[in-house]
Design a protein around this ligand. Sequence first.
Ligand code: SF4
Length: 228
Amino acid sequence: MTTISRIENSPAAPAGAALLTTQPDRNCPLCPRLADFRAQARAREPGWFNSPVPSFGDPDARLLIVGLAPGLQGANRTGRPFTGDYAGDLLYATLLEYGFARGVYQARPDDGLTLVDCRISNAVRCVPPQNKPLPIEINTCRQYLAATIATMPALRAIVALGRIAHDSMLKVLSLRAAAAPFTHGAVHQAGAVKLYDSYHCSRYNTNTRVLTPEMFRGVFAKVKADLG
Ligand code: SF4
């Protein structure tokens, strides 16, 4: 089902926009390679979600977290962002620690976990092969990321997980790449919204110590302090 939302004075709303599609159709055909990969996954694993993964959390939240794309056996399987794979273990533990989530994370969409003043979305809504979306797919799916942001009237903080999410956010927020380079821990101002950069909380990044849990917590501690 396609979800249409009306912009409500979002600090990041594009000028002139009135009606936006925040959730693609479950059979969205705009990226043929990803639609084909999705069809293969449906044939192989009919019990999995295997569709564009919707955002999780309240549109009235002040914080939005933007990941790369659903993991094959994570969000693509369960239908909730970051749910069911390693990246979710670290992300949800950190959100619980800083009060951006409530409940117990059990890696299932029916675990009762709720987000507090927080929403989670992805730069690309469909699972890509090898977790690597093509530039054209990132560009094509940006309309849904832009619509999601434009329909969050209280938005003040965006955490971009990884360079691809960061780069896509720069385009949505009309920030120049040279003025806002991706660095873990960096904060970029875009009007009333701050963009916080973090390395992605993937198993690869944590196994290689590119990102430690302490480094990840540092980003959310800063967000928490800034939001008050
Ligand atoms: S990645 Fe986005 S634009 Fe591309 S097919 Fe999926 S939902 Fe559609």
